[in-house]
Write a protein that binds this ligand. Structure first.
Ligand code: EPS
Length: 362
């Protein structure tokens, strides 16, 4: 299967299936000298993991990273970094009913028609289990960006179904299982998720990611625009159906006099552009937003067809997330960080000795 790799100077290849023996990735192009240990991966992998609260899939994986290559005496060596995580809690019998049919809104049908064969156990390669390795790779990018450039990438759940935050507080985000910026609303989210689970249904969500501390200049026009590559990376996350950069689709109803971010000696007067102008970072915060569809694996019966094209009823049993968006924050952060690190290296390669004559505004 092709297209398992993304990135140019920093490239990430993931491999493995949800119910195979292991999943893994190869991160190639990380500069030497970054301090890296297995312990670095623990926090972000557990932020993404299932089975940690009643609101997510109850599959419980340890998600312990083995570093197979590219690190010597806790320092990256500049050679490919191979990471492996063994699958330990797959329950393939849950998928016996799906051997002959396709879940509505799932990749089951399209994989079958594309390849003529599929691994139905846990959705195989199409499972969100694959996102574990994106997060693992993203740990490296986040760390490098923070240490080398003072860039911080963080995200939060900005909408769960119809619920939106009333107030915004970064400190609240890491203190609840939803990555929700309004601590007072957490009981409301819990009640909504409990009701959803009881009904056997699922819901969509929105996740926002902000990257702070970038210099102006990252991004490559024309075909390597920073926003285009961020959109591509974010859209590649399972269940993502929409991506916005800055004001995104709200720009449709705006006027130029509103949308433009005026420049003053004290800085930009606003950030409608999401920190990217002409595909190149402006030095403002990069702001991205993704829309995640409701999980397709639900207990409410739905219509489908079997392999002979006959009508059947599908009910998905097993351990599924009623809202995949709840676990998507670290995944979206990782994808943003990986694209930014790739562009930082590409900018250094082509323009590392450019000395801009105009002052940089704060
Ligand atoms: C997933 C289906 C479920 C989730 C899985 C993603 O897999 P299974 O039916 O094998 O339990 O548990 O999530 C993970 C295993 C994970 O680590 O995120 C899917 O269809 O995407």
């Amino acid at each position: 299967m092709s297209s398992n790799t993304f990135g140019k100077l920093l490239s990430v290849t993931t491999f493995g299936e949800s119910h195979g023996p292991a999943i893994g990735c190869v991160v190639d192009g990380c500069p030497p000298g970054l301090v890296l240990d297995a312990a670095d991966f623990v926090a972000d992998l557990s932020r993404r993991a299932s089975g940690r609260t009643r609101h997510t899939s109850q599959r419980r994986e340890d998600d312990t990273v083995e570093i197979l290559s590219g690190v010597y005496q806790s320092l990256t060596t500049g050679t490919p970094i191979a990471l492996l995580i063994r699958n330990t809690d797959a329950r393939s019998r849950d998928y016996d009913d799906l051997l002959e049919t396709f879940r509505p809104a799932h990749a089951d049908y399209t994989y079958w028609h594309k390849y003529g064969i599929r691994d139905p156990r846990g959705g195989g390669r199409s499972s969100a289990r694959e996102t574990t390795m994106r997060v693992a790779a993203g740990v490296i990018a986040k760390k490098w960006l923070r240490e080398r450039h003072g860039v911080r990438v963080r995200g939060y759940l900005a909408q769960l179904g119809a619920i939106t935050p009333h107030v915004f507080d970064w400190q609240a985000v890491e203190q609840n299982a939803f990555f929700w910026p309004d601590a007072a609303q957490v009981p409301e989210l819990e009640a909504a998720m409990d009701a959803l689970r009881k009904a056997g249904d699922s819901t969509g969500a929105r996740v926002n990611v902000v990257a702070e501390g970038l210099p102006p200049g990252w991004g490559e026009p024309i075909y390597g625009k920073l926003d285009a590559e961020l959109a591509s990376a974010l859209m590649s996350i399972n269940a993502v159906k929409g991506v916005e950069i800055g004001d995104g689709f709200a720009a449709v109803a705006q006027r130029g006099s509103t949308h433009r971010d005026e420049l003053t000696p004290q800085g930009f007067a606003s950030n409608h552009a999401g920190g990217i102008l002409g595909g190149i970072s402006s030095g403002q915060d990069i702001t991205c937003s993704i829309a995640l569809k409701p999980t397709s694996s639900i207990r409410i019966p739905g219509r489908s067809v079997n392999l002979r094209g006959e009508p059947v009823e599908v009910v998905t049993s097993g351990r599924h997330d009623p809202c995949v968006g709840i676990r998507a924050t670290p995944i979206a952060e990782a994808m943003v960080a990986l694209v930014l690190m790739d562009h930082a290296l590409r900018h250094r390669a082509q323009c590392g000795d450019v000395v801009p004559q105009a002052p940089r505004i704060p």
